[in-house]
Design a protein around this ligand. Structure first.
Ligand SMILES: Nc1nc2c(ncn2[C@@H]2O[C@H](COP(=O)(O)OP(=O)(O)OP(=O)(O)O)[C@@H](O)[C@H]2O)c(=O)[nH]1
Ligand SMILES: [Mg+2]
Length: 431
């Protein structure tokens, strides 16, 4: 496999479909296209054309020619909109892929080329990957902001401020014996560093909101065995996904169901009831339940009138006491629900939706991944070290270099290979 091959792939979805888009990128794209059409069309204009390979008419469709560098990948690109028939697409891919210097693309290879040609930085590539995967409104907005460079712009601005500060400091190292550089660093450098630090912290602080939008709000359905957790999961998800019996200890595995509540992804998590158990499988289930409760953004603690009430688990997340089986006598309170009659279920869903909204309201978060947090935290520590080393130029300059490097890594300007392979393998072929 070579990076200067011309690549081809089906970029649209499953066949058959009304229209299929076949995409070409690389140095041979122009020759291949003019060979099929007889001549190259006007760049960046759709043209209705007969698409022929070796004189054989494959289909008639709309064709776009996008010569580099002003194309998605930065290379010469062509797109063929043909009828979305398996036979048409197979014929095109087979015959194009057999041409000299042309081969089928690997997953994410178009985007990889865009990254390598400087069309997108790494955060924008991630935004694109997230946008393609987005299922909720919140995810779409978050991903689009990232793809649009909302984070990149901030990272560039911080990097520039850090570079300026470093230049000021290094000027004193290199030219301290020359008359035209003041020996003392101006106070403005220090105050600028403090601003960058505060900014970095503020953006890093939006990680929880970003993560909740991107990965979903995790809601743990917890309580003693038989409290009605699995029944409530089924009622909230409006689907019969979890096994329900009157035997305490029915659920052992963790089961997640994703629901879209008003554009916000919510992950409902059913689990084993909390109790001491001699059964190895159940004890393991209880251990996993504790882990889920620890990782949840919201815990629903179920109390049923026919089950002995246990103490709510200690966790940093919000815990709501839910009175389950409200069709039985003895259940009261704001959060009374009956999975049997459906009473209170929609109210509970609405409350969860409001809670999710409260966690993610406002501007789309700039950061949402673990990688973001690692980079921003490293940058904050290094900027703090530089502030502490103010007056010790060599140390401060080194701290600032580290801070810029952390941000450069996030943009994919350094140490990028390990991240890339993982990232692009998650892309689909044709993107
Ligand atoms: N009357 C009534 N019974 C319910 C309701 N929800 C659940 N039950 C009954 O309570 C019993 C336990 O329900 P599950 O949903 O399996 O409870 P669980 O908390 O998942 O139990 P484990 O998986 O064993 O921890 C079953 O017999 C259900 O039919 C309800 O809203 N009303
Ligand atoms: Mg259960």
């Amino acid at each position: 496999m070579r990076d200067d091959d011309t690549i081809v792939a089906l970029s649209s979805g499953a066949l058959p479909s009304g229209v299929a888009v076949v995409r070409l990128s690389g140095p041979k794209a122009g020759v291949v296209l003019s060979g099929m059409l007889g001549a190259l069309p006007v760049p960046r204009r759709l043209k209705l054309a007969d698409i022929r390979i070796g004189g054989d008419l494959i289909d008639r469709g709309l064709v776009a020619w996008m010569p580099g560098p002003h194309s998605f990948t930065g290379e010469d690109c062509a797109e063929l909109q043909v009828h979305g028939s398996p036979a048409v697409v197979r014929a095109l891919l087979r015959q194009l892929g057999a041409m000299d210097g042309v081969r089928l693309a690997e997953a994410g290879e178009f985007t990889r080329r865009a990254f390598e040609n400087g069309k997108l930085d790494l955060t924008e590539v991630e935004g694109l990957g997230d946008l393609i995967q987005a299922e909720t409104e919140g995810q779409r907005r978050l991903a689009l902001a990232r793809l649009d460079g909302a984070l990149s712009e901030r990272l560039d601005a911080w990097r520039e401020a850090l570079l300026d500060a470093r230049a000021e400091i290094e000027a004193r190292l290199d030219f301290s014996d020359e008359g035209d550089v003041d020996a003392e660093l101006p106070e403005t450098v220090l105050s600028r560093l403090r601003e960058v630090r505060a900014d970095l912290l503020a953006v890093a602080g939006s990680i929880t909101s970003g993560r909740i939008v991107r990965e979903g709000l995790r809601v743990a359905l917890a309580g003693p065995p038989n409290a009605g957790k699995s029944s409530l999961l089924n009622a909230l998800a409006k689907s019969d996904v979890a096994i329900v019996t009157d035997e305490p200890g029915t659920t052992r595995d963790v089961r997640e169901v994703a629901v879209d509540l008003d554009g916000q992804l919510v992950i409902l998590v059913d689990m084993a009831g909390l109790r001491q158990s001699d059964s190895k499988a159940e004890a393991e289930g209880v251990r996993r339940a504790h882990r889920e409760i620890g990782g949840a953004d919201l815990v629903l603690w179920l109390q049923a009138p026919d089950v002995e009430v246990g103490p709510a688990p200690a966790t940093e997340a919000d815990v709501w006491i839910v009175g389950s089986k409200s069709d039985l006598p003895g259940v009261a309170g704001e959060l009374a629900v009956s999975s049997r009659t459906g009473a209170g279920v929609d109210e509970l869903l609405a409350r969860i939706a409001r809670f999710a909204d409260g966690q993610t309201s406002g501007e789309p978060a700039l950061v949402s991944r673990e990688r973001d947090l690692v980079a921003l935290s490293a940058a904050v520590s290094s900027v703090e070290a530089a502030i502490a080393h103010f007056g010790e130029e060599e140390l401060a300059a080194e701290d600032l270099r580290r801070a810029s490097d952390a941000l450069a890594r996030l943009l994919g300007k350094m140490d990028v290979e390990a991240v890339l392979d993982r990232l692009f393998s998650a892309f689909c072929i044709g993107k």
